[in-house]
Write a protein of this length. Structure first.
Length: 494
């Protein structure tokens, strides 16, 4: 059980809640503070001020007054009329993460919601509630579309994933013994105005990229070992001179994987692709460190708009508009990781090409003992070339776009979902390319007959269990599929 307070989430707790399905509870003093802030918000609204999204319309209709009788209908409309996404569902982990982050933000009080809504969201998390949320396209400022898909299920609208099937939310509520929740003034707006999805998407992408770059380092080490390529560029002493701690981290991993291999003596200068592994993989780690630091900050904060602030710093109490729903910070950090991973895939393609060429590898051409008669594994390189081209296309930034909506009121977007979708597809390409490289490396290890040192023996044994030697040409797609499953499960990572 994890107790939630008003100071945000730590990433380890987030992971335990979202992936481990650990139950949550809310501290009593936190609920009391939420209730007190809610009372002050209502008292402020009762003075007759124009409260955006409560007593007024939204966007370009913010000047239209909403009567007391229509306020509940407005909050309900916010959760239904904006749900217009068309793509395939987001991963359940991301949706659950958005619920957890939204609840954590509400517990800080500034959103002005009721303790009842907070308790209801906690009960949904504990019940494993998993709304179906399309991954896009979304062109609004902020995340009003996907959040509407998510939280309309509180009303019994939309769909929920239950036992692997999409079920109408109304039926799922009955089946799970959960009650419908009707949002009170300001709560519908609070549920859809923020950017929790950007954080949840960023966490998933960061963790996935981290696992893939670790596998890429293991594959690179195996390539150096089976070809007997000089590995002095992998010495941490070399990296220390450049004072690049991320490159040094990769060099230390390479050195550990290559322990026992006779690769650190004088040798012919290898191709650039064999020497810049620490710099390229280190650049991915550097981009991931920046994204991780940003995500940690966002897990501690709230992205609601507007927020209710008490008087302070010479400013009066009231509703303050916020731009925190504009997750351009996450988008730029994710795009940095996407670009770095694209370069890692470019490097992989070059390594694989060199592996197929006798003048670099010292092995038979195309990794077959019958070159000219048999094609060996040359088709794998052609596949990787296509994957690298795809990744370069996907690296085009979404953050540079800006298109007006809502009569000009929403005139800038971050396009977080587009950036995340491109990043995910780019990681798919890297994952598939790694599987291709590892299948080729399994064949190279078979032909080289060079015993792998202890650190790499586990990698060779894993590959040997899944991929028979290519003694006669065959389709390699099934081999790639089996190895890709191992890559996805991080089986090659120490």
């Amino acid at each position: 059980m994890i107790e939630l307070g008003g100071d945000g989430l730590a990433r380890p707790d987030y992971v335990r809640i979202v992936r481990g399905h650990v139950q949550v509870m809310i501290a009593k003093e936190t609920l009391a503070a939420v209730s007190a802030r809610r009372s002050r918000l209502l008292a402020h609204i009762e003075t007759g001020v124009a409260a955006y999204g409560v007593t007024t319309g939204l966007g370009s209709l913010a000047g239209v007054a909403v009567s007391t009788d229509d306020q509940d209908e407005l909050q309900r409309s916010l959760l239904t009329a904006r749900a217009a996404g068309l793509g395939p569902p987001l991963p359940g982990e991301v949706v659950r993460g958005a619920i957890a982050i939204r609840l954590s933000g509400f517990l800080q009080g500034a959103a002005g919601v009721t303790p009842e809504l907070c308790r209801h969201l906690a009960s949904l998390l504990n019940a494993g509630w998993s709304p179906v949320v399309p991954n896009g396209p979304y062109g609004a400022a902020g995340e009003i579309g996907p959040l509407a898909h998510l939280f309309q299920t509180l009303l019994g609208e939309g769909a929920v994933s239950l036992d692997g099937r999409e079920v109408p939310a109304a039926a799922a509520l009955v089946r799970e013994g959960l009650r419908r929740y009707e949002p009170r003034p300001k709560e519908g707006l609070a549920l859809v105005n923020g950017s929790p999805f950007a954080t949840a998407l960023g966490i998933r992408l960061a963790d996935r990229a981290r696992g893939l770059v670790a596998t890429a380092t293991a594959a690179a080490a195996l390539g150096l070992a089976v070809t007997g390529t000089g590995a002095r560029a992998a010495s941490p002493r070399v990296g220390a001179l450049a004072r690049d701690r991320y490159a040094v981290a990769v060099q230390e991993e390479l050195a550990a994987l290559l322990a026992g291999e006779d690769l650190f003596g004088e040798a012919r200068q290898p191709p650039v692709s064999a020497r810049v592994i620490p710099q390229v993989h280190g650049a991915v780690l550097r981009a991931l460190a920046g994204l991780d630091a940003l995500l940690a900050e966002r897990l501690r904060g709230t992205t609601d708009s507007p927020v209710y602030l008490d008087a302070g710093d010479g400013e009066e109490a009231g509703l303050y508009p916020s731009g925190a729903f504009h997750a351009i910070d996450v988008v730029l950090a994710v795009e940095s990781v996407t670009t770095a991973c694209c370069h890692a895939l470019n490097l992989l393609e070059k390594r694989l090409h060199r592996l197929l060429e006798p003048q670099f590898s010292g092995l038979p051409a195309q990794l077959t003992d019958r070159p000219g008669v048999q094609a060996g594994v040359v088709a794998l390189h052609k596949t990787v070339v296509g994957l690298a081209a795809e990744a370069r296309t996907l690296a085009a930034p979404a953050s540079i776009h800006s298109i007006e909506t809502s009569g000009g009121q929403e005139d800038v977007q971050s396009f977080a979902f587009l950036a995340a979708a491109r990043a995910d597809a780019s990681l798919d390409a890297l994952e598939a390319a790694l599987a291709c490289e590892l299948v080729a490396l399994r064949q190279a290890a078979h032909l080289a007959e060079r015993p792998a040192g202890a650190p790499l023996r586990r990698v060779v044994d894993l590959l040997g269990a899944e991929v028979p030697p290519v003694d006669r040409d065959r389709t390699l797609a099934p081999d790639v599929a089996r190895v890709r499953a191992l890559v996805a499960g991080e089986a090659f990572n120490r």
